[in-house]
Write a protein of this length. Structure first.
Length: 527
């Protein structure tokens, strides 16, 4: 076992910093030149409209040549255009009498499948835009695109099952009843920057399938990738069923919510923004909310965990897409000081083996952060705070930044006095917390404001299952010897307390965006 005492003395911090800075690949791919993407269009009422007003610049987290991060621009619509989109969605819904909610589930499914087919025609350009705009590796952006198309197909299959279930009848107390699922009304869909395509469509597609009309606003980063899809939306759906608007959230989402015409809000992002958006609705009792918010998922490492197998799993679970996943392992609670030290050292070795660089290059693990300079500064503040309170950065050059790229930092020993113990870092910082008793870990989960998921590591099955049983009432999923994750999409994805509202599996999403309607007939005649 390697212990802190026996570990090689960490090299002089300044020296490491200088070495790492020369290695950091910020002059990303100078040979790949990217023509600016000046988007001028948006989709309202079945028309891809030309925008002549002001625009918002889109910057890439990458250097696109000569230090230039400007990727392009998109329309900055105002309240007038936002309300036109709202009116279009409202008119297309027409209190449930519109063409889309009146179209049968079978026909809607065919139209959604048609959309998926058209979507595949622009696969490459969408993947490239995800990579350029949010710095996700090409491999991960490709996986995001393909998973989304697969999600649409499987949602369609599930919709057909729902349709066939609605054909059955049941007899209850003299009533012959069949139950079908019906739409809820105009829906506002807003996805997050880290899965701009997948998590926007994970709510928008079920909403559409079930007959709701939609106003969609892309996240702050991850905007331009929707432009190649506007024609597909226009061609696959009736006018007003899908409206895609662009601009500053405060300027265009406020008026939409204040109109009181939204019946369903699907939002994935911060709790703070969710509260502002939903709080603007004049009749909150009427607003159905489907929300994916914060998470602070811990890895709980029990005394007999097999670190050899656990480290690559927790490494991926913490650092894939730079730790910018709501399901990322954000804190590592290791039972026993000796084990915790070994865990931190092995984690540091794992991190030293990661490749930093341009997301378009093969084999790259850690890429520049999409959220920009403030995020890098925030992560460095967390690291400095932890170090000032007694933690060490365990890996070589951890926490050094150049541009939007920050090297991952494994911090040990982390204690409750440090900010990183409590704050969701959403970035490549790995806090390792030595604890004496498992009970401290269960209390961490119980006291957390967000109960999304937890991962437990042990080679003793009975330990695993007994802790899992205790934790299941506290969170949406307990993972055994595995990282936290959403998939496969057939499984319910949800959270407790402030982590989420509603459930998103393929089936559950279709149910969330619809309600049962009973067709009843008294078979004894009038009663
Ligand atoms: O960012 C939050 C996502 O829901 C995480 O999804 O577990 O499939 O990466 P994932």
């Amino acid at each position: 076992m390697t212990t802190l005492a026996s570990s090689p003395v960490l090299p002089d911090a300044e020296l490491v910093q200088r070495e790492i800075l020369t290695l950091l690949p910020v002059d990303t791919n100078p040979f790949v030149s990217v023509a600016p993407i000046e988007q001028k269009t948006y989709l309202v009422d079945g028309e891809v409209r030309e925008w002549k007003g002001k625009t918002t610049d889109v910057t890439s987290p990458l250097d696109l040549g000569g230090g230039e991060p400007r990727l392009g621009s998109h329309p900055a619509l105002g309240p007038k255009e936002a309300l036109e989109a709202m009116s279009a969605a409202k008119a297309a819904y027409d209190n449930g009498l519109g063409e889309w909610p009146q179209t049968s589930l079978l026909d809607r499914t065919a139209q959604v499948l048609d959309f998926a087919r058209r979507m595949e025609e622009v696969r490459d350009v969408v993947i490239e835009r995800i990579t350029l705009e949010i710095g996700k590796t090409t491999a991960d952006a490709t996986a995001e695109f393909d998973r989304t198309v697969e999600y649409i197909r499987r949602s369609c299959e599930e919709a057909l099952k729902i349709h066939s279930e609605s054909q059955g009848v049941q007899h209850v107390d003299g009533i012959e009843a069949s139950i079908s699922r019906q739409p809820l009304g105009p829906t506002l869909c807003m996805g997050p920057f880290n899965y701009p395509l997948n998590e926007t469509f994970a709510t928008m597609i079920p909403a559409l399938l079930m007959g709701n009309t939609v106003v969609m606003k892309p996240p702050k980063a991850g905007v331009l990738l929707f432009e190649p899809l506007l024609d597909a939306f226009q061609e696959s759906f009736p006018a007003g069923a899908v409206n895609v608007i662009y601009g500053d959230g405060a300027e265009i989402i406020g008026p939409i919510m204040e109109s009181g015409d939204i019946d369903v809000l699907s939002f994935i992002g911060s709790a703070k923004v969710a509260d502002i958006v939903s709080g603007a609705h004049p009749e909150p009792h009427r607003l159905k909310k489907i929300l994916g918010l914060g998470a602070n998922n811990p890895a709980i490492v029990l005394p007999d965990a097999d670190l050899e197998s656990a480290i690559p799993v927790v490494g991926k679970g913490s650092l894939s897409y730079n730790g910018q996943r709501c399901t990322a392992l954000k804190v590592h609670l290791v039972v026993g000081e000796e084990l915790a030290q070994e865990y931190a050292l092995r984690f540091a070795e794992y991190v030293d083996g990661l490749q930093l660089g341009d997301p378009r290059d093969e084999g790259v693990d850690i890429t520049p952060l999409a959220e920009g300079a403030w995020k890098v500064e925030y992560l460095q503040e967390l690291i400095e705070d932890a170090v000032a309170k007694g933690a060490r950065v365990m890996n070589n050059g951890g926490g050094i930044a150049k541009g939007n790229l920050i090297t991952p930092a494994v911090l040990y020993p982390v204690t409750p006095e440090m900010r990183i113990f409590h704050e969701e870092q959403f970035g490549p910082v790995v806090p390792v917390v030595p604890i004496s008793y498992v009970e401290e870990a269960t209390q961490f989960v119980a006291q957390s404001k967000v109960g999304q998921q937890v991962s437990i590591f042990s080679s003793d099955d009975s330990e695993l299952y007994s802790l899992a049983k205790k934790l299941q009432p506290l969170v949406g999923r307990v993972n055994l010897n595995d990282g936290c994750k959403r998939g496969p999409d057939e499984l319910p994805f949800t959270g407790k307390r402030s982590a989420a509202m509603g459930t998103l599996s393929i089936r559950a999403a279709l149910e969330e965006f619809s309600s049962p309607s009973v067709l009843a007939r008294s078979f004894g005649g009038y009663s």
